[in-house]
Structures are given as structure tokens and as C-alpha cells.
Ligand binder design. Structure first.
Ligand code: PMP
Length: 310
């Protein structure tokens, strides 16, 4: 198909509802429940071309989060984690992918419309494709210019923020559209209380006086798996890590360093917020050290417990 988005060029198959199907045949009905009401849960995962061969990074944690997200919405995924694991590894193998992105999704499919989804079948799909740096290679080195969004993150008292649900990403889409429309590369969203939550698809870290801070889980954020990784790595490297910080907007402006963490964004430095230069306006030294350690880990494919060989 010639009008495919560039990122999917070369993708041959998708795993859908228990079978490998041709990319162009991975279709759903227009009256799918999840299309109308956002009743799907998903994951974003990376596999890396490590020294131990191609391996999925923190796959167990991603599968756990997928099943936990599903539980919140009463989505009974009709496959076990072991079945999804096997299908994913086979798909990566069939696609000949060395490194890239993995997108599992489970959703209420085509059934009667109406808010009660329980009469709709649960559908599951897995797709994989090559994907480089989410915000670009230059962003990893130089950092990104970000703006605090006028859109607030929804509160975990309204919609669980620890579940990765398709429908709720309209909040992230609004923040991204606004930031890009105003000439910034990414947004930071504040929570209902007006404190820093996270990026539209990333968690946020701050460095101040040589210590590392990240917004706590009660700040209406996603419990990011890269966030957990950074917390562990930074602590191992000897940094004092505050993993339940409340960060105000003003503290962003005066931070020594800021960076995003996420599966897609990996470790992306932030060089300015609302046109205020952060630190020296480029990747800071602590960010550089943590980022280097992160890329070393995914290159080495160590520690073993963080990697699932394909
Ligand atoms: N916050 C949001 C809103 C996200 O979409 C993501 C990406 N999944 C993250 C944080 C980072 O999470 P992870 O490190 O697990 O990719």
C-alpha cells in the first residue's frame, strides 16, 4: 500500500485476535465500541538490539501494566500474558526487527453501542515497527523547548491515571497540539492542583543542587516504566532521588536541569520551559550521565531481569 505512513512502511504483519494477518487486513468495524467511547487499553514498549541479541525492555512490567489497565475497565483479555509474550516474540522474529517499538492494544470491539461495554467482544492486537528517537536524534543531544500547557492533566479522582487507556489520550493530544501549534516541541501538563504532572507521553525529572526529583504517583501521572528505571539507575549511581516530589511551575524555571523519561522519548533533556533557559540551555551534566547509563543498559541488555530475549 503506497499511502502508508512512513513509519509503517515495510511492516508485513500484525497479530490480531490470535492470528498473524497481513498489515492491510488488520481492520475493525466502524461501530467498534472503543472507537466511540475510548474503551481500550494499550502499551508502548521497546525492543533493543542488545549485546545479547534482540530483547524486549522490561516486558513483564509492561504486560503487568496492560493487564492492570484492563482490570480497571473490566476488559477480560482473552489471552494469558504468556500467550501475548509468545505472539509478540514471534511477530518480532517474523518481521525481522532488531530494535523498535511494540504496541499491544486490547479493546471493546464491535457490539451493541451504548455505554455498557460488556456485550462487546474484547479484541487484542499487537504491532511492531522500527522506531528511532521519538522527539528526534537532535533532541537527545540538545534537548527540547517545551511549554506549560493551558490544558490540565485530568485528576486521578476523575479517571485513573495509572491505567493506560486509549480514550484519555485526548488530553495528551490537546496538550501536544497546543505546544506544537505555538512552536514548541513538547508540553508539560500541570495537574488539577496546579502542580507539575508530566509530559503528554513522558514523565518528568528535575535536578536541583545535585539531587534528582520526579513527581510522585499521587500527582495524577502514569506510573512510567522508564521513570522506575531512572529512579533505580540514578540511585545506583549515587544520586539522592526524591520519587514523590511535588513540583511547582516556578520550580521548573529555576531548575538546574530537567528531562523527560518515557519508552518512546527514552531520556530527552529539556533545554527551555516557556522560553526560560534551563541551566545552560542544553543537556545538563546529571542528565547526560543518567542518559548515558540508560543507553548503556539497553545496549548491554543487562541486567538480565530487565530483558526478555526474542
Ligand atoms: N506518562 C504518559 C502520559 C505516557 O503516555 C507515558 C508513555 N507510556 C509515560 C508517562 C512514560 O511511561 P513509560 O516510561 O512506561 O513509557
Amino acid at each position: 500500500m503506497s499511502d502508508r505512513p512512513e513509519m509503517f512502511e515495510g511492516v508485513e504483519e500484525i497479530w490480531m485476535d490470535g492470528e498473524f494477518v497481513d498489515f492491510d487486513d488488520a481492520q475493525i468495524h466502524v461501530l467498534t465500541h472503543a472507537l466511540h467511547y475510548g474503551t481500550g487499553v494499550f502499551e508502548g514498549v521497546r525492543c533493543y538490539d542488545t549485546d545479547q541479541g534482540t530483547a524486549i525492555f522490561r516486558w513483564e512490567e509492561h504486560l503487568d501494566r496492560l493487564f492492570n489497565s484492563a482490570e480497571v475497565y473490566d476488559i477480560d483479555i482473552p489471552y494469558t500474558k504468556a500467550e501475548l509474550d509468545e505472539a509478540t516474540r514471534e511477530l518480532i522474529d517474523r518481521e525481522g526487527l532488531d530494535s523498535g517499538y511494540i504496541r499491544p492494544i486490547a479493546f471493546y470491539g464491535y457490539g451493541p453501542l451504548g455505554l455498557n461495554p460488556k456485550e462487546s467482544p474484547v479484541q487484542v492486537a499487537l504491532a511492531v515497527w522500527p522506531w528511532g528517537a521519538y522527539l528526534g536524534d537532535e533532541a537527545l543531544e540538545e534537548g527540547v523547548d517545551v511549554a506549560v500547557s493551558s490544558w490540565r492533566k485530568y485528576s486521578s479522582s476523575q479517571i485513573p491515571t495509572n491505567a493506560k487507556t486509549t480514550g484519555t489520550y485526548v488530553n495528551s493530544v490537546l496538550a501536544s497540539l497546543e505546544a506544537k501549534g505555538n512552536g514548541y516541541e513538547e508540553a508539560i501538563v500541570l495537574n488539577k492542583e496546579g502542580n507539575v504532572a508530566e509530559g503528554p507521553g513522558e514523565n518528568l525529572f528535575m535536578v536541583r543542587d545535585g539531587e534528582v526529583y520526579t513527581t510522585g504517583l499521587a500527582e495524577s501521572i502514569l506510573d512510567g516504566i522508564t521513570r522506575r528505571t531512572v529512579i533505580e539507575l540514578a540511585a545506583e549511581m549515587g544520586y539522592t532521588v526524591h520519587d514523590d516530589a511535588t513540583i511547582s511551575r516556578g520550580e521548573l524555571y529555576t531548575a538546574d536541569e530537567l528531562f523527560f523519561s518515557g519508552t518512546a522519548a527514552e531520556i530527552t533533556p529539556i533545554r527551555s520551559v516557556d522560553d526560560n533557559e534551563i541551566g545552560a540551555g542544553t543537556k545538563g551534566p546529571v542528565t547526560d550521565e543518567i542518559q548515558a547509563r540508560f543507553f548503556e543498559v539497553v545496549e548491554d541488555g543487562q541486567p538480565d531481569e530487565w530483558f526478555t530475549p526474542v
